[in-house]
Design a protein around this ligand. Structure first.
Ligand SMILES: Cc1cc2nc3c(=O)[nH]c(=O)nc-3n(C[C@H](O)[C@H](O)[C@H](O)COP(=O)(O)OP(=O)(O)OC[C@H]3O[C@@H](n4cnc5c(N)ncnc54)[C@H](O)[C@@H]3O)c2cc1C
Length: 497
């Protein structure tokens, strides 16, 4: 038995802990917060549950990629509620709705109703999405060399460039990138591959997590405990201790946890904070990590509705008032919000009506930086006024798009990038951690291996963010310890129905 300390109990930390515990490691997970889960946390106000960072997932039908991973992790009992397969995502542009339907044919034909002259282009676009997704890490053991080469190419070409090379209609080009907020995509910077993974993930099938995303956390914790692992909340890792060659353990405020392996499921910059003076990390490595770009942060309004007022919308809306999906992060004070993601949450007992909704829009960290260092709930009246004013602007935008919403609102809650900084330790409260920016090439790639042989990284910054992206990162990190062939064989075996 070898001792492993995992720092951070988000999806990345917990899934890595489960896999390692199953393979004979004695695992302790240290979590700084009072609750486990990181972005898997839900919170309850007046009996209504809200999501913080996992609103919907995809590819979870039997045989699909995420379903295989959930089975492998032993959490495929996760209760799911399917989004409308004829319109799981709706992009509202220039006042018109454009739906994304599940499955290739339905996706193409639904959009071809509005863009019949682009039917061939839509097929070619879909080919591109599927080919890139099929060559991603989880599939790559079976992927052909030509698929891998295509995938590599799509890491170096931007979403806008590839879409414009396939689709001539400028409105359809904008519609197809309507889901940009799911990866905080930026013009000329975000690789087409990032867009393709996420579009393919949800196009295969799309679900909310019935009962809240904290169910994922609860199921992972159950698995961890069954394998003899443990989690300690209110246990902030403050330092990783090293000898001349490697790490020897992790220190919290009041305890030292000896370790043969340390897995940091936190932002790589936070890992550097835990290793302030070891010569094992060279200055060039520190400089590179410190220079990593971050995705933009977000401002979210959580609405609790009066019961039985608003019919439940079983889909996500991406609404753009100012031209379209691109450059929404470059807002000015005068034109914020340039766009928002609007989604309903329903009561399982009464699914015709929305119980709650969330409105998510970009907000740059600099807008709230002056309150950094203040405490949650005690940041002062000027911060409250800032949040109220932003909430009002978002609610007004929703009311314009969905008249009648305001009258159904019972309570309003909000969060800003500071909330995420304090709850998850994500650098500058960014939505998805480190940004994939093709103009920086390998400089924005986070290796799971650090310069210290027994300190590894896992979580959304290795590989990619999101339910699938983070779990693929877990597989990358764990396969290094367990063996790629063995791990992938276990995933394949678990996937057999
Ligand atoms: C607003 C929002 C909406 C999203 N919606 C979706 C969605 O609908 N679908 C989807 O697939 N993905 C979504 N995502 C992305 C997804 O939630 C994340 O990519 C994923 O959950 C990240 O998991 P993680 O383990 O890497 O990090 P985190 O969840 O951030 O976990 C990191 C954990 O480490 C802890 N920690 C940090 N420092 C220390 C320390 N020193 N000691 C101990 N503990 C520490 C933190 O408290 C935290 O619990 C969303 C994200 C956001 C922010």
């Amino acid at each position: 038995m070898k001792r492993c300390v995992v720092i951070g109990s988000g999806l990345g930390g917990l899934s890595t802990a489960v896999v390692l515990a199953r393979h004979g490691w004695t695992v302790t997970v240290l979590e700084q917060g009072t609750q486990a889960g990181g972005c898997l946390q839900s919170f309850v106000r007046k009996g209504t549950k809200f999501e913080t960072g996992m609103h919907f997932i995809g590819s979870a039908d039997p045989g699909q990629t995420l379903h295989r991973l959930l089975r492998f992790l032993g959490i495929d009992g996760l209760p799911l509620s399917r989004l409308d397969p004829t319109a799981y995502d709706v992009v509202r542009l220039e006042g018109e709705d454009f739906a994304f339907a599940n499955g290739r044919e339905a996706f193409v034909e639904t959009l071809a109703c509005s863009f019949p002259h682009e039917r061939d282009g839509l097929h070619r676009y879909f080919d591109g999405v599927e080919q890139v997704a099929a060559a991603s890490s989880l599939h790559s053991l079976n992927a052909s060399p030509s698929a891998l080469a295509r995938s590599m190419e799509m890491q170096t070409r931007s979403v806008n460039e590839v879409v414009a090379s396939i689709i001539a209609d400028p409105l359809l080009q904008r519609v197809l990138v309507g889901n940009l907020p799911l990866y905080a995509g930026r013009r000329d910077r975000t690789p087409f591959a990032t867009h393709a993974f996420i579009t393919d993930f949800y196009n295969k099938s799309a679900f909310r997590i019935a009962g809240g995303s904290d169910r994922i956390c609860a199921l992972l914790l159950e698995q961890l405990q069954q394998q003899g692992g443990r989690i300690l909340t209110r246990s902030r890792a403050e330092r990783i201790t090293c000898n001349d060659h490697q790490a020897t353990g992790v220190t919290t405020a009041d305890h030292f946890y000896p370790a043969d392996l340390v897995v940091a499921a936190i932002h790589p910059r936070r890992l550097l904070d835990l290793l302030p003076d070891t010569p094992l990390l060279r200055p060039a490595y520190r400089r590179r990590i410190n220079a990593l770009p971050e995705t933009v942060g977000s401002f979210t309004v959580y609405l609790r509705f009066h019961p039985d007022r608003l019919p439940y919308l079983n889909r996500n809306y991406y609404v753009y008032d100012h031209g379209g999906p691109w450059d929404c992060e470059a807002y000015t004070d005068a034109d914020w919000p340039r766009g928002f993601l609007y989604l309903h949450l329903c009561h399982e007992a009464n699914p015709q009506y929305a119980q709650a909704a969330e409105i998510i829009s970009y907000l740059r960290f600099d807008d709230v930086a002056r309150w950094q260092g203040t405490h949650i709930g005690r940041r002062g009246p000027d911060y409250e006024a800032f949040k109220d004013a932003h909430a009002e602007r978002l609610i007004a935008a929703v009311e314009r798009a969905f008249p009648g919403t305001r009258a159904a609102i019972a309570d309003i809650y909000t969060s800003s990038p500071l909330t995420y900084l304090d709850y998850t330790g994500t650098e500058r409260g960014s939505l998805y951690g480190v940004e994939k920016d093709l103009t920086l090439g390998a400089a924005c790639h986070v290796q799971h291996r650090t310069r210290i042989p027994n300190v590894l990284l896992t979580g959304q910054n290795v590989n990619s963010h999101g339910m699938l992206g983070t779990l693929v990162g877990t597989m990358v990190t764990c396969s290094d310890l367990i063996g790629t062939e063995r791990l992938y064989a276990e995933i394949r075996d678990a996937g057999h129905e």
